[in-house]
Design a protein around this ligand. Structure first.
Ligand code: BG6
Length: 485
């Protein structure tokens, strides 16, 4: 499907996100012929670059981050023709705005205009004020805001309020790239198009839920940002809570943006607030330390950071509870961390075991595994008769669907679909203001409790599955992490 040509202006365009994610995503959609040649991609940042300097960076990014079989030199050349650069500090009113304004004078502009904010969130308000001052906002102009929106409820409210002065809520696209992942969106299909699951999707049948986003990488060059944020702000407040909403929400009355977001909001508002005792009992925070792997030393967090001391968590496990008729009593274990044993994001739905038994050993409870990444797919564990033994004996196996092989398609990166949704004007997969604020409202007491050291920082070896305390937390309820099942 081809879209109308559009103008996308990226603030913070010399950053990692633009080269690694945004431009490769637009390039793929250009190859898919969704982006017509009149489209303009305008990078802006403070660095004094020429158009050619900027295109060279983007070219290098495409070569590094686009799959090799899609790197046709002529296509890349044509795509680079859409790109230009303006050296500009968007947060300052007396910066080089005339050069940007000139791009929209004398009927040069496309009807659809999108500003992408890939800068520090504390600059969002100033940039919006300047866009208004420089008369660059049309009634249909859309803005895309990268996470995290603020660092606390108060700062999130301030950003939302300042941005909201210039843009109606439906033109504000707060991006959470986890909602762009096919496998996260697939939770809607899996649940609401398969009654076999939805009928069991409640505390009668489900014992507990695990949502993991584990990474093998450390903080890399992002230490400056990360050390001030930590895993709770970087991953849980946004990505993991959004995934939790997709798993836990009630069916929306339609697949229209506000109907779906109303249901997610209900989940966020139903999260049981953590008391000080809950914070002590149900949260674990860890930081990775160095280790030697295959004779090679993997640095710890402090070494990655180049600091002697830091209290920032790079790992979290917490037990959340949702106070609704559907979910009362079902723990939702959330876990994320850097430098863990494996890069894997997944949702585990652990069903309750059978209350009675006919067999030589009690059957294992069924388990639904939704693999977000890598190896995108779904599997359901089942018990079958052990073919090598008599009928009283069971063996565990699973029904497994691997999406890329099942559908023989290139699995798109999350930014691709999300960017095209903004061009289309569909905010369904973007976070509404009230959702951001509701998730901060739940997160903030945990941050406060940690600031009082209710949960002391624990340490884990790089390359492990995190601190022992994360296992103990589940163990106390007789629950187990998926990799140990
Ligand atoms: C980002 C976080 O939002 O998500 C990063 O800021 C993290 O710290 C990344 O590495 C993980 O995304 P993905 O898609 O690789 O799971």
């Amino acid at each position: 499907q081809a879209y109308a040509p559009f103008d996308i202006i990226i603030f913070g365009a010399t950053g990692d996100l633009t080269a690694r994610k945004l431009l490769p995503a637009l390039y793929y959609r250009y190859l898919d012929k969704q982006i017509p040649p009149q489209t303009r991609i305008i990078g802006t940042a403070r660095s004094p670059l020429t158009d050619d300097d900027f295109k060279k960076r983007i070219h290098d990014g495409l070569v590094e981050f686009v799959q090799e079989s899609y790197q046709d030199p002529e296509n890349i050349r044509n795509f680079l023709n859409l790109i230009s650069y303006v050296s500009l500090n968007g947060a300052e009113a007396d910066s080089n705005w005339p050069e940007l304004q000139a791009k929209f004078e004398h009927n040069k502009a496309n009807d659809i205009r999108i500003f992408y904010f890939a800068t520090a969130p504390r600059l969002y308000g100033d940039i919006c004020d300047n866009l208004a001052l420089k008369k660059l906002i049309t009634p249909t102009t859309r803005i895309i805001l990268e996470k995290p929106i603020g660092t606390s409820l108060k700062t999130a409210e301030e950003i939302n309020q300042r941005v909201g002065k210039h843009f109606p809520e439906n033109n504000i696209y707060r991006i959470d790239h986890y909602l762009g992942k096919e496998t996260v969106q697939n939770v809607i299909a899996l649940r609401f198009a398969n009654p076999v699951f939805e009928r069991l999707w409640n505390s009668d049948a489900i014992d507990y839920v695990q949502i993991t986003a584990a990474e093998t990488v450390g903080v890399g060059k992002r230490g400056g940002y990360y050390d001030g944020a930590g895993a709770l702000r970087d991953m849980v407040q946004n990505h993991l809570l959004q995934v939790l909403c997709m798993v836990a929400m009630d069916p929306p009355i339609s697949l229209n943006a506000d109907d779906l977001r109303n249901e997610k909001l209900k989940v966020l508002r139903s999260l049981k607030p953590m008391t000080e005792q809950d914070i002590k009992n149900n949260t674990v925070r860890g930081q990775y330390t160095s280790c030697v792997y295959k004779n090679e030393k993997i640095p710890g967090y402090l070494e990655d950071l180049g600091k002697d001391q830091s209290n920032t968590e790079t790992f979290i496990t917490l037990k959340a509870e949702i106070n609704t008729a559907r979910w009362g009593g079902v723990p939702f274990y959330l876990r994320t961390g850097k430098r863990l044993a494996k890069k894997v994001s997944e949702i585990i739905i652990q069903f309750k075991p059978s209350a009675w038994n006919l067999f030589a050993t009690p059957p294992k409870a069924n388990r639904l595994v939704i693999r977000i990444q890598p190896d995108e797919g779904v599997s359901l564990s089942l018990q079958i008769k052990d073919p090598q033994k008599t009928y009283t004996n069971l063996r565990s196996t699973s029904i497994n669907i691997e999406f890329p092989t099942a559908f023989h398609i290139r699995y798109p990166d999350s930014y691709e679909g999300l960017l095209m949704d903004v061009v289309k004007g569909d905010p369904i997969l973007f976070i509404r203001r009230d959702e951001v604020e509701a998730s901060w409202r739940w997160i903030e007491p945990i941050l406060d409790g940690w600031a009082k050291n209710l949960t002391p920082l624990t340490y884990y070896k790089a390359g492990s599955w995190g601190p022992q305390e994360a296992l103990d937390l589940l163990d106390r309820a007789n629950h187990v992490w998926h990799e140990n099942m």
